[in-house]
Design a protein around this ligand. Structure first.
Ligand code: ZN
Length: 481
């Protein structure tokens, strides 16, 4: 019998915090479009004698993350130096939390698409600083220190994940949970979220984990999943062929879809951690934790509950709408305009989400803002246009700057409610389709609605979808009697 394998995965996630200024100095953290090396000072450049001072906003963000991830916050923790030489680290050490992190022992409950639920433990979260950026251009290497000493949180999970699917869903949940707190953009594209994976395999049922391999250079959640699958396959194959797994760090090559060795255990650095002498202990009092609790924005689960209760939405709708905070906000803005939660939800879950999927845009980049969607829905509610025309209007609006109400007027999309005008079209259809009329009269009650629908369809077609369907149906029914 073939040997059965089980994989063990733990993830380390780095988040860049939105704190206005850097972690130890007053340099602006908003450096994205700034010239290189302009957001720097003696502190973040590590000049001798320059002393770091902890940014209070960083602590507030860190506490928010701890609360969102159900962690136990340590009232007293400290900072340590992780010593290593790398050109983008001006001090030749990174200030991090090694001995004791500010919080630990948290968890996230993850639900898979299949409905299966599992819990992922959060071992610890530590506050630390980012490095600068090396830019390799031909034979030259340049360094930009704008990112040096940007505040980071490192979130380390327990090795509780057993597959790439579990890792993928955990990352998605972690991302949306953090996004709800507003402390980070959590964008892998922008570099404000980074992830490394620790992967090992063991025989099914074993209690002893195999040797783990760390995989870096993962630039999307999909890449994380693919790298995990690749590593599991590589490690099983190596062991089944009589080999062993070395504890090493590997890099994911997204073009070749393989991992390659970066450094072996022998090359592993000895960081010689020691307590940071330039910073006092980090003290987070219970009052401070209570204060931050009061600042926490509504959580995802609270919002879900509120959407079901306040808007009388089905759980299915509420789940989709609260998946991302931006979508939840968009929904609430649309409802403010329409005062009709279910109709607004229907439009967002069908037309809006389909359009976003097709265009690859996020809700914030949507071509139809909440105000415009609200206006389109109101045109249906006021019976100025039919739902069918509203979908056409939605499509036109994607590439049209005019107001939806103006488009409807200028493109002649307004619904026909004039009784005489509709009656004329109904009569025309009845005259031109004697066979269908005959069919209707000879049909039993079971078949009649189908024939009626066919005749109404003809009227709608002739009116180019503009005849009011309610009036058409009433007229058609009374004329056929
Ligand atoms: Zn600075």
């Amino acid at each position: 019998m073939a040997r059965q394998w089980e994989s063990v995965i733990g993830l380390e996630v780095h988040l860049q915090l939105k704190t206005g200024t850097k972690v130890w100095c007053g340099c602006s953290a908003d450096y994205d479009n700034s010239p290189t090396n302009t957001h720097t000072c003696p502190i973040c450049l590590g000049h001798p004698g320059a002393l770091p001072k902890l940014n209070k906003k960083v602590v507030e963000c860190a506490v928010k993350a701890a609360l969102a991830l159900n962690c136990k916050i340590n009232n007293v923790s400290g900072f340590d130096r992780k010593n290593y030489f790398y050109p983008d680290t001006p001090k030749n050490y990174q200030i991090t939390q090694f001995e004791k992190p500010y919080c630990e022992k948290g968890f996230l409950d993850v639900k898979l698409n299949s409905g299966r639920e599992f819990t992922v433990g959060i071992t610890r979260i530590q506050i630390e600083e980012d490095a600068g950026k090396s830019i390799h251009a031909g034979s030259e290497s340049l360094i930009n220190f704008n990112r040096a000493s940007m505040p980071l949180l490192e979130i380390i999970s327990e090795p509780d994940l057993r597959s790439s699917e579990e890792a993928y869903e955990y990352l998605n949940l972690l991302k949306s949970t953090i996004k709800y707190t507003g402390i980070s953009d959590v964008s892998m594209e922008l570099g404000s979220l980074r992830c490394d994976a620790n992967i090992s395999v063991m025989e099914k049922g074993s209690k002893v984990f195999g040797t783990r391999v760390e995989v870096k250079n993962l630039n999307s959640f999909k890449a994380v999943a693919r790298a995990i699958d690749y590593e599991i396959g590589r490690q099983i194959e190596a062991i089944e062929n009589g080999g062993t797994i070395d504890q090493e760090t590997r890099l994911w090559d997204d073009d070749a879809q393989v991992t390659r060795i970066m450094r072996s255990k022998e090359d592993a650095m000895d960081y010689r951690y020691f307590a940071e002498p330039d910073l006092p202990k980090l003290v987070i009092k219970d009052e401070e934790i209570e204060r931050v609790k009061g600042l926490m924005p509504e959580s995802k689960s609270a919002k879900l509950k509120r959407f079901i209760e306040t808007y009388a939405l089905p759980e299915y709708d509420a789940n989709i709408l609260t998946d991302e905070i931006e979508l939840a906000d968009y929904f609430e803005r649309v409802v403010k305009v329409t005062d009709n939660a279910k109709l607004s939800s229907n439009w967002i879950m069908t037309e809006v989400l389909r359009e976003l999927k097709e265009s690859g845009r996020s809700i914030e980049e949507s071509k139809i803002n909440s105000e415009d969607l609200g206006k389109i829905i109101n045109l249906i509610q006021k019976e100025i246009i039919s739902s069918k025309i509203a979908k056409e209007l939605f499509t036109i609006k994607l590439n049209d700057d005019r107001d939806p109400e103006v488009i409807v007027k200028e493109e002649g999309m307004i619904q026909v409610v004039d009784l005489g005008e509709i009656e004329g079209i109904v009569d025309q259809v009845l005259n031109e389709n004697p066979k269908m009329v005959e069919d209707f009269k000879n049909s039993d009650e079971g078949r009649k609605p189908r024939v009626l629908k066919g005749l109404i369809g003809q009227v709608m077609k002739l009116s180019k979808g503009k005849a009011n369907p309610k009036i058409v149906t009433e007229l058609m029914e009374s004329k056929l009697k």
